[in-house]
Design a protein around this ligand. Sequence first.
Ligand code: SF4
Ligand code: SF4
Length: 65
Amino acid sequence: MPYVVTDECILCGVCVIGCPSEAITEGEIKCFIDVSLCIECGTCAENCVSEAIIFVEEEINETKE
Ligand code: SF4
Ligand code: SF4
């Protein structure tokens, strides 16, 4: 999961439009990247207005809830 959307996302929709493989969908609080569709082009990370999309080298072990 190299590209992830952080909580900095303001749901502006720029990344959704810019993604060449339609890998990004808007959620209720932030966008999500479908890793099975993502071709890791990096466009979303470059275009993000609030630097919410980051590239991570390895999977983050994050516990939710
Ligand atoms: S890296 Fe490219 S293909 Fe993957 S979600 Fe971002 S814009 Fe889409
Ligand atoms: S470009 Fe950035 S702030 Fe805008 S919707 Fe995408 S992840 Fe969120």
